[in-house]
Design a protein around this ligand. Structure first.
Ligand SMILES: C[S@@+](CC[C@H](N)C(=O)[O-])C[C@H]1O[C@@H](n2cnc3c(N)ncnc32)[C@H](O)[C@@H]1O
Length: 231
């Protein structure tokens, strides 16, 4: 993307009323359109969605294709895509606007800080699709299913809330099965190392992000794990 294009997109983000950004990781203040500052923790439904529908987060959402796909299927639920990359969030924000999806918003931050922006029990489901596998062992703590991340997810999920992980990476898949088995607050409900060889567990698995389409073209198998917060 050219520098000018990026600048135009960042300028649009400043005006988007469905994108919240965190510029200071030491504070949980978020900035939205026209530089308005808000603390959203515990208040996403009151201040943004203005209803009491269950909230699902798509973590590392990229262009937000899963959040948008789920929002189209489930108008009675709210969705928030989270990613650190502004240009990708811009695409998701624009698509949500073009499709009049009032049940989708975006949060630009690092997922390391996710529990600064959501209250205990505020989230019903998490989706992580095609996260970077960080294949080198010395970087495994950066994988989004590392124990430190699972602790943060447990801080914001409701009891019985679901964590859904879709990946093409055998490393991330088996690593996630290990960390979820080890974590005292999660129980694995379902896992499948090749979801396309049989009917899907649920319709929501039909949604394909840019990365999933690319992996399928390369004949990679797509893996899925669903875990539940048990306590
Ligand atoms: C391979 S892309 C997948 C995007 C999307 N889920 C999809 O399937 O198209 C990984 C995304 O994770 C984001 N990401 C990775 N680590 C992150 C972190 N710690 N906090 C926020 N975003 C992160 C990157 O910015 C990137 O957009």
């Amino acid at each position: 993307m050219s520098k000018r294009n990026k600048l135009v997109k960042f300028n649009d983000l400043l005006h988007a009323d469905n994108v919240y950004e965190n510029f200071n990781p030491k504070s949980n203040v978020l900035t939205i359109a026209e530089n308005k500052e808000l603390v959203m923790k515990g208040k996403w439904n009151d201040l943004h969605f203005k209803n009491d529908q269950a909230i699902t987060l798509e973590l590392a959402c990229g262009r937000g294709e899963y959040a948008i796909g789920l929002a189209k299927k489930h108008s009675g639920r709210n969705f928030i895509g989270v990613d650190v990359k502004g240009a990708r969030i811009w695409q998701g924000s624009t698509t949500a606007k073009e499709n009049n999806l009032d049940n989708v918003a975006f949060l630009r931050t690092r997922i390391e800080f996710i529990d600064e922006f959501f209250e205990k029990n505020e989230v019903e489901q998490l989706w992580i699709t095609f996260a970077d596998p960080f294949v080198k062992e010395r970087k495994e703590n950066r994988r989004l299913s590392a124990l430190g991340f699972l602790d943060r997810y447990a801080n914001i999920l409701k009891k019985d809330g679901l964590l859904n992980i879709k990946t093409d990476s055998p490393i991330l898949y088996y690593y996630s099965l290990d960390t979820l088995s080890e974590h005292k607050r999660f129980r694995i409900l379902y896992h499948d190392a090749d979801i396309y060889r049989a009917p899907f567990l649920m319709d929501d698995l039909e949604i394909k992000t840019y990365y999933e389409q690319d992996h399928l073209k390369k004949n990679k198998t797509i893996k899925f794990i669903q875990a539940q917060l048990i306590d």
